[in-house]
Design a protein around this ligand. Structure first.
Ligand SMILES: Nc1ncnc2c1ncn2[C@@H]1O[C@H](COP(=O)(O)OP(=O)(O)OP(=O)(O)O)[C@@H](O)[C@H]1O
Length: 258
């Protein structure tokens, strides 16, 4: 059984703005899955629906996580089952030190020795957080704050880590480092669901990918297959194909992409 499973999920804001239209997808234990899609496709809405951040949603469909039906659960309850949702780097507490921020990720844990071992592990993943442990988190750069929110989520020992555009606004060296770290997190057995605009990089690290278009999944497959798809190449990888040169860019699939 998949770690996370969405079946025909429909989410609407305010009861009438339908954003997700019958989305079914799976995240397998220990794999890195990527969700691609244009601006406004509904990627963030999908993550927020899973983690319970949109009250009374999904309107239709079921969500199963870690063997339980978590449809319309409160965020805290889903988190207790092992789901971590990294929203964005503005989630750091700027007045607290880096170490205090990290420890907040482990606030529910009573296994102090294991927490210390996990702190060592995340310091190994992001050495800058060890160097700056006594510094106020608000003084970190944007890229370092992104590392801090990911590291803090890891201290809760999640089974699934969901990340919403971790590369946005970051200098290339931080982006490379964060993606490299995602692979190391996966090696430790944590599954990942990554929403990412940088399709080239995302497809390089992912085990499997989904493409969302106006609230519907239009394509899925291993990264090699997605990267070879004409529409993915044109719309997400910026590759001009013969068809796009002939004005195919306006093409929007109504059904599964060929
Ligand atoms: N709180 C809200 N109330 C009403 N509509 C919303 C709300 N949040 C998002 N939407 C709408 O839902 C649609 C999907 O938004 P969402 O943020 O999920 O897309 P996205 O794929 O993550 O886009 P982006 O890549 O631009 O972040 C958009 O049309 C957006 O305007």
């Amino acid at each position: 059984m998949a770690l996370l499973e969405l079946a025909n999920v429909e989410t609407a804001y305010g009861g009438h703005i339908t954003v997700l239209r019958g989305v079914s997808l799976q995240v397998e234990e220990g794999l890195l899955m990527v969700l691609l899609g244009a601006n406004g496709a509904g990627k963030t809405t999908l993550l927020r629906t899973v983690s319970g951040l949109i009250p009374d949603q999904p309107e239709k469909g079921r969500i199963r996580f870690a063997g339980q039906d978590v449809t319309r659960w409160e965020p805290e309850a889903v988190a207790r089952l092992g789901l971590a949702h990294v929203l964005d780097r503005r989630g750091v507490f700027p007045e607290l030190t880096v170490e205090e921020n990290l420890r907040l990720g482990a606030y529910a844990r009573r296994d102090e020795a294991a927490v210390r071992a996990d702190l060592d592990w995340v310091h190994g993943l992001f050495p800058i957080l060890a160097e700056r442990r006594r510094q106020q988190a608000g003084l970190l750069s944007g890229g370092e704050q992104q590392m801090l929110v990911i590291a803090r989520a890891l201290l809760g020992r999640p089974r699934l880590l969901m990340l919403d555009e971790p590369s946005i606004g970051l200098a290339p060296r931080f982006v490379e480092q964060i993606f490299e770290t995602l692979l190391r997190i996966k090696e430790q057995g944590t599954a990942l669901l990554l929403v990412e605009q940088n399709a080239r990089l995302a497809l390089r690290v992912a085990d499997y990918g989904y493409v969302l278009e106006t609230g519907r999944l239009v394509l899925e497959g291993p990264p090699g297959e997605l990267a070879a798809n004409r529409n993915v190449r044109e719309l997400y990888l910026g590759v001009e194909t013969e068809a796009s040169v002939k004005g195919y860019r306006r093409y929007r699939p109504r059904r599964r992409w060929a």
